[in-house]
Design a protein around this ligand. Sequence first.
Ligand code: GAL
Length: 465
Amino acid sequence: MNQSCHMKIAKYEENCEIKAGLKMKNLILCLSLAFNLVSGLNDGLCPTPPMGFSSWNAFKQNIDQEKIINTVNAIKELKLDEYGYNYVIIDDLWSSAQRNPTTQYLQVNTTRFPQGMKFISDYIHEKGLKFGLYANAGVKTCAGMSGSLGFEKQDLDQFIEWEIDYLKYDNCFPQNENEPYKFDKLKSLLHFPSMYQTPDEKTRFEPMGAAIKAASNKNIVFEMCLYGFGNVETWGKHNGHIWRTTGDIKDRWPSMLANIDINDEKRFTSNQGPNIGWNYPDALFVGKGGMSNTEYRTMFALWCAVKSPLMLGSDLSKVDMNSEAFEIITNTELISVNQDKLGVQATCKNNCCSHSLFGGGLYAPLTCPGFRSSWQAWSGPLENGDFVVIIVNRYDHDIKVDINWQKDAQIPNGVYEVRDMWQHENLGIIESTDSLWSLGTIGFHDNRAFRLKLVQKTTKNNFLP
Ligand code: GAL
């Protein structure tokens, strides 16, 4: 903890002491405020990463009422909500480029949404789902609609009238409507690989965070879509629940790898979890078609293991219950890894582009010699001493992999049952110190996803007397 944090806590503690003679209620309030300085918002809204559908990857700028209604109906028909997918988030372009000249309120684009946002919100809520909307911490949204900078309280009031449950807040046009990005070159250099715009991200994202905290309706999940800029890892947890760590993902294998690599930088992985918040390498694409199903399996396994929010990003009205895409997004074993109560982000343990001098994937093609020619082990702890292990074949050809669980995936001493989460079968009992375990052939861009279930904490090599 840094010194200023210590001082703030000391100040709160001093206040608490003064009030200690007063009511117990005040003391509890003080303690919870002090605790807030070291952990996140602690409002209980996102104890595990949220799941749902977000419109941008699926529809980009072609968004309208019919598509959202069809999406909601598809979620119900496919029973995706029973797997946990319950947020429906409408991205950019629901609003218009001008505010109402009299009231200065944001205006709904009525060509796209003829019955307005309260209608959509009611429709979503009647189906037992949650409603999310998009706005932007600048003068315009990324697609050129009205921005919310300087209008935070007023815009939030309007969103609350529409009963939103989730706000995605973007990072374009920080000061000038002709410049989508305005970088502070010196700060960006000083804080590399984090970039800074001007006004910086903290300055522009905090007013909306504060408005949400101050609002009587506090059940709004706040996603800060700021691409990992402004060193969000140092302050984001006090302002929101989710922060994007990366630029926009594309429906392509290299882009997917780049985003998961950036999301794995140590500055991010050490700042996440329940009551802190979630690193977000952007929404999913499973089912959209730009990648193969094999690549989507790898995307889904990694997103689950790193505890990313799981936002579906394909046209769900076209998803068939018998399709591989459906099978992937409803893999309950992987979803339960994602929703594990411990909430620890799995990290790359061998051949990791993210740990190079220049950070993650943005630079990986240049700086990470293993970018397209490595197999990686990603692992992380789960509840009850279990571990998740994802082996990823990043080569453009099939490979044979033999793994030493301890050396390659850093699994602590112990005896574990190996569960294959794609085949849904137990493969046998191993000791983490066993020399080599053969995984056989892994197809190119494919993965193997395992849950190591703890059987016993010591191994025969390490038995306590
Ligand atoms: C980008 C954002 C995308 C999407 C888009 C809308 O900045 O990262 O997820 O919201 O803007 O214009």
